[in-house]
Ligand binder design. Structure first.
Ligand code: DGJ
Length: 733
């Protein structure tokens, strides 16, 4: 059939030359982003083992900008190099979206089962389109199985001003019988052939999220992901691959991130015959087939990819830019300094103690007072009350209004904690709706933190949830919701949907997004924070519906620098919520100076979470001074470009933020411990205008950008846990 693609070339979006080119003879599509190119081909003829295969979608190129003519030639040369050996299939590692079936032996992105247990897809290209709308270019390649009623649309999107390429697929059952999908990834990313591959990824656990790991990948498949129903503390859906030589400042780096807040899986597959692909998408192996009903479509989440030639630092800045421009809503605004009562009052919240904390929070300059867990139902400990979203009348006899009024009188906004996806068995909700939780009737309903997970895949539960929160936000002047999620999925049964229980993994997330979207539309002045026992639900999917994320329950300064370093590989400071808490605290016995704790938290969205009723006047004064200092520089931190100058270590580490016009910068430097006789090194800065002169706070000389890049800033840190914030301002002649 004729394949028609609208040519959308040579457009200028925000000053960048971006677009989609198409060669209709070779059937090659070239996507051009401001700094990269990406090409795929569906050649008219592909011969494998002397058989002509129709409509094979091949990966052609991803990297530095090339022309369409280059891409056409690469596509031809690539095929001329294909192996003809009997035991190998040249399709393995070469296809853009490999399906299970035919001459393929590598891991597929799509595995489907049709009537008669036929487990093989043979598709034809049925159409293609390239469109340009509101600054975004989109390419859709449409395929349909030659025999069974499965249609698959492979989508690509380039957004304005970013090299990030978004990919996802839509699988549609165009027939009348169920089709089972064992796996439906969002994309397969194909890398150039290198001698070696080094994977960077993020692992962790509760209290130690987003820990950066780097390891060489040898032949075989490395998988990572979450089987817990949430993004998880244990792995974060981001990867970066380089050839083992990239540094923070230089080298080719290919990276990818999945916009999904449920179970997920990445597989980095290095083939023995050469080549590397990273496949990824929602769901985990053996979560059960996704049964696509007649007429139904499944849109996978976006799996976005980014190529950069200037090292890991540039890759991170590319992701930050993309997230600020195209993922986060209201990214241009500054996030306020919040106070959160959790570590001060735990479950023992009441009107008096919250008012007393609010007075102290206002005194030190906080702008948002957030009351955490314990204000509702019979929630006086973690054994009861979750699900009953009514204000506890013993603790707040006149509702929340007196507290909120007092918070307003003190000049702050009011925020509140909720955990809507959860229920304690000891709650009115559970007594009324014991069937509203995930469960298998024949199995134990195991509890974690004394709670069970509500079956949010059910539409009646989603509606109930929206109503509870809509009422709370309509009845009270609340400007911030901390949305928590403290229990992962177990016993994933949905007895009333026995025909298709595996859908709960996806429908839970879709309905979570739906409730958040509805709440945001109904209450546009309310900001949302994603929390999941700290950083268990941080991903590009949740960031599209929230304003910030709680990075970790671990607020120990030195630990936090490591968590923040991992977080910053992908996610921007503008969304990274950080609190200063007490030392030692419930998690960590280490004592770190208040100033260091503030400086660690000032690298993102500053908050305070300590028990202010125990802070001395001197501590409150110091806090007030540091918060005032943060307010002066927060727009640079929250919106500037991040340079990781030195990774967290026992010695000197530092991060730097530079405004887009390079007129201002902030450096936060930390010393772990000083060794005898060892001077901390001079700190070489980055990202400044080399010819401009800068004044640095705390220094009485001016430096050019070149001097600061090459010689550095002689920060004078000494002893244990010393730290400094330096504000650089360009000096105009
Ligand atoms: C876990 C969160 O990470 C904490 O900050 C706090 O909100 C508790 N839940 C409350 O139960």
């Amino acid at each position: 059939m004729a394949v028609r693609t609208t040519r959308v070339g040579d457009d200028r979006v925000g000053g960048d030359r971006v677009g989609i080119d198409y060669d209709d003879e070779a059937r090659v599509w070239l996507l051009r982003t401001p700094g990269t190119a990406y090409a795929v081909a569906c050649p008219p003829e592909v011969t494998v083992h002397r058989q002509q295969l129709p409509d094979v979608l091949l990966h052609v190129y991803w990297g530095a900008p090339v022309t369409l003519a280059d891409a056409v030639q690469i596509a031809t040369v690539q095929r001329s190099r294909w192996s003809r050996r009997g035991f190998e299939s040249p399709l393995d590692g070469a296809e853009e979206y490999p399906v299970a079936g035919g001459l393929r032996f590598a891991r597929p992105a799509l595995a489907a089962r049709f009537a008669g247990d036929v487990r093989s897809v043979e598709w034809r290209l049925t159409g293609s389109s390239a469109t340009h709308d509101a600054g975004a270019h989109e390419l859709t390649l449409e395929f349909a199985d030659a025999y069974f009623p499965l249609a698959v649309a492979v989508h690509y999107r380039i957004q304005a001003g970013t090299d990030v390429i978004e990919r996802w697929v839509t699988a549609t059952n165009t027939g009348s019988a169920v089709i089972e999908l064992d796996r439906v990834d969002s994309a397969a990313w194909t890398l150039p052939e290198w001698d070696s591959y080094r994977l960077s990824h993020l692992i962790g656990r509760w209290g130690a999220e987003t820990q950066l790991r780097r390891q060489e990948l040898t032949e075989g498949t490395f998988t990572t992901g979450s089987r817990r129903g949430i993004t998880s503390h244990h792995a974060n859906p981001w990867f970066a691959l380089d050839d083992g030589t990239a540094t923070e400042q230089a080298g080719s780096v290919y990276s990818g991130a999945l916009a999904w807040s449920g179970s997920w899986e990445f597989a980095a597959q290095r083939l023995a015959q050469g080549g590397m692909q990273v496949l990824g998408g929602l769901g985990h192996t053996d979560f059960g087939p996704y049964r696509l009903a007649a007429g139904e479509s499944l849109d996978t989440p976006v799996f976005a990819g980014l190529y950069t030639s200037d090292g890991f630092g540039a890759a991170s800045r590319g992701w930050h830019e993309y997230t600020l421009r195209h993922v986060l809503a209201n990214a241009d605004t500054n996030r306020p300094v919040l106070y959160n009562s959790w570590e001060a009052t735990g479950f023992d919240v009441n009107e008096q103690n919250q008012m007393a904390l609010a007075a102290k929070a206002a005194r030190i300059g906080c702008e948002l007072f957030v009351m955490d867990d314990g204000w509702f139902g019979s929630r006086v400990h973690d054994h009861a009350g979750l699900g009953d979203w009514r204000v506890n009348p013993d603790r707040f006899p006149n509702g929340l209004t007196p507290l909120i009024d007092e918070v307003h009188r003190l000049g702050m906004d009011f925020g509140i904690w909720v955990e809507p996806e959860m229920v304690n068995p000891d709650s009115d909700l559970y007594r009324e709706h014991p069937d509203w939780v995930y469960h298998f009737p024949e199995r134990t309903r195991h509890q974690m933190r004394n709670q069970l997970v509500l079956n949010l895949a059910r539409l009646d539960v989603a509606d109930w949830m929206f109503t509870q929160l809509d009422n709370l936000l309509s009845d009270n002047d609340i400007r911030f919701v901390k949305w928590d999620m403290n229990r992962v999925f177990t016993e994933p049964g949905w007895p009333s949907n026995a025909d298709n229980p595996a859908r709960l993994w996806t429908d839970h997330v879709h309905n979570l997004y739906g409730v958040l979207d509805r709440l945001r539309a109904a209450h546009p002045d309310v900001a949302f924070e994603s929390c999941s026992g700290g950083g268990g639900r941080i991903d590009l999917g949740i960031l599209a519906r929230t304003d910030q994320v709680w990075t970790s329950d671990n607020t120990d300064g030195p630990d936090r620098l490591i968590i923040q370093d991992g977080y910053s590989q992908l996610y921007p400071a503008r969304a990274m919520s950080c609190w200063v808490t007490d030392v030692p605290n419930f998690l960590d016995p280490r004592t770190v100076p208040l100033r260091y704790r503030f400086h660690a938290a000032m690298a993102g969205v500053l908050g305070v979470g300590g028990d202010l009723s125990e802070w001395s006047d001197a501590e409150l004064d110091e806090a007030a001074e540091l918060i005032a200092q943060y307010k002066k520089v927060r727009s640079i931190v929250q919106h500037g470009r991040l340079y990781r100058l030195r990774a967290p270590s026992d010695g000197l580490s530092a991060v730097q933020y530079v405004t887009r016009d390079r007129t201002q910068a902030v450096v936060l430097a930390y010393l772990g411990a000083q060794r005898f006789g060892q001077r901390p090194p001079v700190l070489r800065l980055a990202g400044l205008d080399p010819t401009a002169r800068y004044r640095a706070s705390g220094f009485d000389v001016e430096f050019t950008g070149a001097a600061l890049h090459t010689f550095g800033l002689p920060v004078r840190l000494q002893g244990d846990y010393d730290s400094v914030l330096v504000h650089l301002t360009r000096v105009d002649d």
